[in-house]
Design a protein around this ligand. Structure first.
Ligand SMILES: Cc1cc2nc3c(=O)[nH]c(=O)nc-3n(C[C@H](O)[C@H](O)[C@H](O)COP(=O)(O)OP(=O)(O)OC[C@H]3O[C@@H](n4cnc5c(N)ncnc54)[C@H](O)[C@@H]3O)c2cc1C
Length: 310
């Protein structure tokens, strides 16, 4: 039976960075990349964006290009990568983690969970056509587009993220409309009140988007009351779904979840030791690629310390 030093579950910046560190330290690593797990191919969420400008060391490239390089760096030399989705983990009597995919069962001394979180999307006429052509789920990543400087943009959502996005975009776009499905916000902090008082931000309550129109780039949206808003950008701020179903199925491990995310403060609750976590799947993580990569390096270094003391 082959026993890996570490099995890394996931295939975004966090997983690939962790694998690079472990491989360079000469450990025997298996990366289980998933097969369209959470709706993403190997490479993770970044594969769905055409433009990255805030990853240090990279002036400008598509998300797919950046992740192709990371994947090559991960697989080069020794780490073994398989496109399999993990369904469950067990802990055996001889202190090994048993990692189960649809096709195989693997054994390891330690695991790094880096399965990310999938941004929720909406489904209306034109939502697919204008994804990446005006529609995005990340204002921090895509809000700097010069098109927005003299245009309206729209944020959809009624929580803290919508407020955060509106605040960020109010400095980059001419005018920000926030579309809220209900008749109130789910947040009412001092910050919320301040953002809503800005002269270039207004809220439309009890509204949903039914259609987006334009040529190659979005130009307007139609709301459920048939109002048409001219806009060069639409930002979803409607939350993420953490990819942790396999942990919910794994009874010895599932005490580490808060709101479906892995809560680092709860890791000591579980008996299996040698469990490390990286990236967007962490409860409270700021969802950015370089933060995920840094946390992958951190998890790998913790795993190395664990393997050395074993
Ligand atoms: C449209 C968009 C644009 C963005 N633009 C930027 C940007 O410009 N700059 C920036 O810094 N950040 C950007 N982000 C955020 C960035 O993509 C994330 O913060 C980052 O990808 C998180 O990395 P991760 O490694 O934690 O997880 P992810 O990228 O989510 O990758 C996780 C991977 O794990 C796999 N997986 C899930 N479940 C399993 C399982 N059970 N078994 C095996 N594999 C599994 C998934 O298929 C996925 O490939 C953007 C996000 C989106 C959605």
């Amino acid at each position: 039976m082959q026993i890996y030093d570490t099995i890394i579950i996931g295939s975004g910046p966090a997983a690939y960075t962790a694998s690079i560190y472990l491989r360079d330290a000469n450990y025997n690593v298996l990366v289980l990349e998933g097969f369209n797990a959470g709706g993403y191919p190997p490479g993770g969420q970044l594969t769905s964006t055409s433009s990255i400008t805030n990853y240090p060391g990279v002036l400008h490239c598509s998300g797919q290009e950046l992740m192709d390089v990371m994947r090559t760096q991960s697989t080069k030399l020794s780490s073994q990568n398989e496109m399999e989705t993990v369904c469950k983990i067990n802990y055996t009597n001889n202190n090994l983690h048993e990692v189960i995919t649809e096709d195989n069962t693997y054994y390891t001394y330690s695991i790094i969970i880096a399965t990310g979180a999938s941004a929720k999307k909406l489904d209306f006429v034109g939502s697919d056509k204008f994804w990446n052509n005006g529609i995005s789920s990340c204002a921090i990543c895509d809000g700097h587009n010069p098109r927005f400087k003299n245009s309206n943009v729209v944020v959809i959502g009624g929580g803290n993220t919508a407020i955060e996005y509106a605040s960020y975009l109010s400095k980059l776009a001419k005018y920000v409309f926030i579309i809220v499905r209900k008749n109130n916000f789910r947040t009412n902090t001092y910050n919320t009140q301040n953002i809503l008082k800005l002269s270039n931000v207004s809220v439309l309550y009890n509204k949903t988007v039914i259609k987006a129109d334009g040529n190659s780039w979005i130009e307007n949206i139609t709301l459920n009351d048939n109002t048409i808003i001219q806009t060069a950008g639409v930002f979803y701020a409607i939350g993420h779904i953490p990819n942790t179903d396999f942990i919910k199925n794994s009874e010895l491990y599932n005490d580490i979840l808060t709101d479906g995310y892995i809560d680092l403060s709860l890791l000591h609750n579980i008996r299996p030791k040698g469990v490390f976590v990286a990236g967007d799947v962490i409860y409270g993580a700021k969802k950015q690629a370089c933060i995920a990569a840094g946390s992958g390096a951190n998890a790998a270094l913790d795993a190395i310390t664990f393997l050395e003391t074993k």
